[in-house]
Unconditional design. Structure first.
Ligand code: ADP
Length: 184
């Protein structure tokens, strides 16, 4: 049983690594980006509200995300633990999660921060060719990452549960480093 929070900039490789860790530890991979992209594809009301923000590389407003996470963490598979990927993305989401977990009498085991320098992120994102991966939205997403998400790193380092892993390395060695810090 592991409850893991995965932080890192867009393009750090969180999604890939989170899937591997989800298999290794038999815990659901909860990606707010994947949930939102599925909602956009299915044209649900959440999807319709979220799409414009996502296309511009901006954060979707908290009121669309907070209930979604609360409901997802209440599903039965989440009682086995989870890995959160893409949430929390700002300090208010981190405070919300902290409060929610306290109410549920739970705590995250680890917060993993996957570090990758901006130059490498831009290269990787441009190579990926997802719909929201053009140069302008990539720059916007990185700007928003620095403004809104970097403060979340201090939020968790202040609570002494932050573990940092370098993401600028071959995929297998990043996986090995992540497992090592999770198991130490
Ligand atoms: P990336 O890691 O490449 O930025 P994600 O798949 O995590 O991609 O997210 C894609 C988009 O979905 C973001 O740019 C943002 O618009 C939206 N999004 C995902 N998670 C959140 C969140 N926790 N809060 C607000 N918006 C989010």
């Amino acid at each position: 049983m592991k409850r893991l929070i995965f932080l890192g900039p867009p393009g750090a490789g969180k999604g890939t690594q989170a899937k591997i860790l989800s298999d290794t530890y038999h815990i659901p991979h909860i990606s707010t980006g994947d949930i939102l992209r599925a909602a956009v594809k299915e044209k649900t009301s959440l999807g319709q509200k979220a799409q414009g923000y996502m296309d511009r590389g901006e954060l979707v407003p908290d009121d669309l995300i907070l209930d979604l996470i609360k409901e997802r963490l209440a599903q039965t598979d989440a009682s086995q633990g989870w890995i959160l990927d893409g949430f929390p993305r700002n300090v208010s989401q981190a405070s919300f999660l902290e409060k929610l977990l306290t109410e549920l009498d739970l705590a995250a085991d680890d917060v993993l921060n996957l570090e990758v320098p901006d130059e490498i992120l831009i290269e990787r994102l441009l190579a990926r060719k997802r719909k929201d991966d053009n140069e302008e939205t990539i720059r916007r997403r990185l700007e928003i990452y620095h403004k809104d998400t970097v403060p979340v790193i201090s939020f968790y380092s202040d609570r002494n549960i932050l573990k940092v892993v370098k993401g600028d390395a071959p995929m297998e060695s990043v996986t090995a480093s992540l497992k090592k810090v999770i198991e130490q």
